[in-house]
Structure formats: C-alpha cells, structure tokens
Design a protein around this ligand. Structure first.
Ligand SMILES: [Fe+2]
Length: 310
C-alpha cells in the first residue's frame, strides 16, 4: 500500500550548517520552517526534508505516501496484526507535515514512520538555487533511504507487509549484506543493510537529479565547499545509479545521483550481486564519522558484518 517516500525529518544541533550544503551543492530550495527548522524543497511539494533544531542528531520520522486515503486504514490494520505501536495523527500533526491525513507507527528498531495522504504541492513553486535541471520525484517520491538493522531477515519480514517488494540483494561475503525494495518504478525506495549489533540507523538518503552533469557539478562543488566525500563518483551495479556520497552535518550520508533504472513490478525478477559498484565509489574522508545516524537498541540483534553503502 505504501507507494513512495514522501519526506524525512531529522533533529540536529547543526541546523546552521545545512543551508550551505543545500543551496550551493545540491541546488535545492530552502524555506523557513516553524521553530527554527530548516525545510528543504526538491520539487513543488511544500518540503521533503526537515531539520529540526535539537540537542543531538536523531532520525525523527520517515514519511511515506499512499495513493488512496483508504490505504491508511490498511496500514493501521497491518500494524495491529504486527503488534507495533501505531496511531492516527491529528489535524495539527497533519498540518505540521503539510499533508491532509497521516497515520504513524514505530518499527521494531525504533524508527518512527509516518504514512501520509495528500501532500501539499503548489505547481511552479520550486526554484533551484544553482543551475541544475531539477530532481526526479513525482510518482517516484523523494528518493530512497537505506536503514541499517541488526537483523536484516527480520527487517525483510517486517517491511514486506507494507508494500515493499524485493528488487535485489547485494551480498559481499564477510563485508556487506543489503536488500533493495521498490514500491513504485524507482528501483528502490527502501534499502536495508546489515549493521552492527545493538544499534540501528539511517545510513543514507538518495536524491536524484535529472541530468548527469548535475552530479558532476555537484561533485565539484562538494569539494569546493569542503563537504566530506564518503564515496567518490561511481556507478552502482544494481540500480545503475551514477552518483557520489557525502556526509551531511547531521551524521547520515546523502547519495547525489542520476540515471537510476526503473523497474516494472509485473515482470521484474530479483537478482543477487556480489559488488556494489561497476566502477568508482571509492571510500573517502566522509566514512571517518561512522556508518550513519545510529541509535542504540534495547536488545542486541544477530552478529553483524560491516556497515554498508548501497
Ligand atoms: Fe543508495
């Protein structure tokens, strides 16, 4: 029933460091949010990434969208069956997210998910802040997130209930175990990576531009603006994304890419790859701060391999 990634919310003490990255490297648009929040627009939607001021870096919420209002009831039914904490957001919460309605649940790894219908959008309202062709969103949503979990099998069973279908796996024995899921034609909107035991976290958000040169100029500008590069330019094996990764001021990474393939769920056959990149994606300085925006878990999971970039 979930059909796309709608938005992402982060709490961070580093809100002041965000505008330079957003405006001068990504070319995305800044709008003022309430209570000092930094809101970032990638298209005509009111906003898609929000950084709330706070004492520590935290993944506050991951916002998804359904196509039909009634699908929100189905989300709640699934949550009740799974026995996870869930509820309906009131009008005030919906208004604060610029959506018509929303429901929410907390997954077994402590991530709060908000499933929404009716995201506010004003045609022609997006203004890029550097010369780029714009971002690939629409039916494909904001992009994708990769979450690190201590038990990827449990993650697979959990998220499969919400409309995510496996696109493929990347398994590098002893080093990396990741799975990629589609809920629209974007190759993946959600990816799960085996992470360290006792923690879970947001490894990266992928945002996609419409032209290869936008990635090239972004790569150059990231270095000019001293943004720590996590993975150099490269091409992914599974979704064909031409991209680079960098660290954000709030501990997680962003993949800035172009050219991801689209999948047709009717005929798609999931595959397995034994490497993440056909070329490039060489680790850089941005890897030093860790695998992402991690939070501790009450119970430790299964033994884990190294954290991933996917
Ligand atoms: Fe990615």
């Amino acid at each position: 029933m979930i059909t796309r990634l709608a938005y992402l919310g982060i709490t961070s003490p580093h809100t002041a460091e965000w505008p330079d990255l957003v405006r001068n490297v990504w070319g995305a648009q800044l709008v003022d949010g309430p209570d000092g929040a930094v809101r970032i627009k990638f298209d005509d939607a009111a906003w898609r990434l929000q950084i709330h001021p706070g004492d520590e870096d935290r993944t506050e919420y991951i916002g998804w969208a359904v196509n039909y209002e009634e699908d929100l009831d189905e989300v709640l039914r699934v949550c009740a069956d799974l026995g996870v904490e869930h509820g309906r957001g009131d009008d005030e919460l919906a208004a604060s997210r610029d959506v018509n309605r929303l429901v929410f649940f907390t997954d077994p790894w402590g991530f709060r998910h908000e499933v929404t219908w009716g995201q506010s959008s004003v045609p022609g309202s997006f203004l890029a802040t550097r010369p780029i062709t714009g971002f690939v969103t629409g039916d494909q949503g904001l992009g994708h997130v990769l979450l690190l979990l201590p038990d990827i099998e449990e993650g697979h069973r959990f998220f499969s209930n919400f409309g995510f279908r496996l696109s493929d796996k990347i398994i590098v024995p002893g080093r990396l175990n990741a799975r990629f899921y589609h809920c629209n034609t974007r190759h993946h909107s959600l990816a799960l990576g085996q992470g360290p035991p006792g923690t879970a976290g947001l490894n990266h958000l992928m945002i996609e531009v419409k032209d290869m040169d936008d990635v090239g100029t972004g790569y150059e500008l990231a270095q000019t603006h001293e943004v720590p590069i996590t993975l150099s330019l490269g091409r992914h094996t599974n979704d064909g994304q031409f991209s680079f990764y960098h660290r954000t001021p709030s501990s997680f990474h962003v993949e800035y890419g172009w050219g991801g393939i689209e999948v047709d769920d009717e005929v798609w056959i999931p595959r397995v790859y034994d490497r993440t990149a056909t070329w490039g994606h060489i680790p850089g300085e941005g890897t030093k701060g860790g695998p992402g925006l991690m939070h501790p878990l009450a119970e430790t999971g299964v033994p884990a391999t190294d954290a991933v970039q996917g």
